[in-house]
Design a protein. Structure first.
Length: 394
């Protein structure tokens, strides 16, 4: 294995793994606990499904995954670019299991508006702990200073600012003095400078979001760099499944209905499942685009978690052969739907835009699929995802 990514959710595994796929690595995402043949891959991105797990459990899952790929040349611990989840516990577990001496941490993802300045993670210039993510119902972000966040597990955390990155000797000195080093980054160029300053990528554990992965893959391209990917067939019917309650996802849903005339069906409770199946069936029978989404407000479903209900509808429609391509927003939603369709992972092939990779499910139903984190993208991201699947063109 040339490169391995350990991520705490599906969308993180997919958009980070995609950086290696773009650079000429045969790359797939592997779902937690699923059996998959890795022998024909150059890179793998493991989804440990640990973002919502207790810290000790999350650390165990990460350590188990790392031990299977610790000999990979590039070993990468994916962190959420908004610092959600068990960042400190998972990084410490990954470093211990990797056998490597140091971790280089750079969570910036400039293409998605996430940067790091003075060790503070920013979202479009605003400290992450001062954004709406502070009130996230599942993973509230209350600490935006990355070294402070990591100090829960590391006694001392070194810092590199963007001026340091232009001096490889300064980077190496900081690495020699600290087991964990956090780097500022305002641009992709800053991340590229950080990668260049570390002489051997196999000596450290890399940690960050898709931004640092892009810099690494660009510096160390895979064995199939420059090859033209095979053309994909145009989809006959596209099913969009939106489990995220984020404002970004809701605006993308509104724009998809407005721009494409897509029919949207909320899914809440068992009756909601029946109603959504009926509404989506009518649209998909005419080769249209149907959208399933969780309710606008959190309400008692009476039929199980929202993602379970959404997956129930998707499986019912799949059984009738009504679609051959998927768009899934929200990591938990995407993995719930994919698993119910019998998939063990997804082969990465391209992307709609930064943070929205496209691939093919690995399993008995090889649907093409676009995945996207709930908070990613601009208002037309879902529109572009559907149109790309319908035309087969990136």
């Amino acid at each position: 294995m040339e490169a391995a990514v350990i991520a705490d959710d599906l969308t993180g595994a997919a958009d980070t793994g995609m950086q290696f796929a773009r650079a000429g690595y045969r790359t797939a995402v592997a779902f937690r606990g699923a059996e998959m043949n890795l022998s024909d891959l150059d890179a793998v991105a493991f989804d440990t499904d640990s973002r919502l797990a207790p810290p000790d459990s999350a650390a165990e899952r990460v350590a188990e995954a790392v031990r299977t790929v610790r000999d990979a040349c590039i070993l990468y611990k994916k962190m959420d670019s908004t610092l959600r989840g068990n960042a400190a516990a998972e990084l410490a577990a990954a470093l211990e299991a990797s056998g490597r001496e140091r971790a280089v941490v750079a969570p910036a993802f400039p293409d998605a508006g996430r940067t790091t300045a003075g060790g503070v993670q920013l979202v479009h210039g605003v400290p992450v702990h001062e954004t709406g993510l502070r009130d996230d119902p599942k993973t509230p972000v209350v600490e935006g200073h990355v070294p402070t966040l990591l100090s829960e597990e590391f006694a001392a955390v070194g810092m590199l600012d963007v001026e340091d990155l232009s001096d490889p000797a300064s980077v190496r000195r900081t690495l020699e003095k600290n087991r964990c080093v956090v780097a500022d980054a305002r641009s992709n160029a800053d991340l590229e400078a950080l990668v260049r300053a570390v002489p051997d990528p196999s000596e450290v554990l890399w940690a960050g979001s898709a931004g640092l992965a892009m810099a690494l893959a660009g510096r160390y391209p895979g064995p199939r760099a420059g090859e033209t990917p095979a053309a994909s067939a145009a989809a006959r019917g596209v099913l969009v499944v939106i489990g995220s309650l984020s404002g970004a996802s809701r605006e993308q849903l509104r724009r998809l209905v407005e721009r494409r005339g897509a029919v949207a069906a909320p899914v809440a409770g068992r009756q909601g499942v029946e109603d959504a199946v009926a509404a989506a069936r009518t649209v998909l029978e005419n080769s249209g685009c149907a959208v399933l989404h969780s309710p606008e407000e959190r309400v008692p479903s009476g039929g199980g978690p929202a993602v379970t209900l959404l997956a129930d509808v998707a499986v019912r429609l799949a059984g009738e052969g009504l679609f051959d391509a998927l768009v899934a927003t929200g990591g938990a939603t995407a993995v719930a739907v994919a698993r119910r369709l019998g998939a063990s992972g997804m082969r990465l092939e391209g992307e709609v835009e930064a943070g929205a990779p496209v691939g093919t499910l690995i399993g008995p139903e090889p649907y093409r699929i676009v995945t996207k984190a709930g908070g990613f993208g601009n208002p037309d991201t879902l529109v572009r995802a559907v149109e790309m699947l319908e035309t087969g063109e990136e």
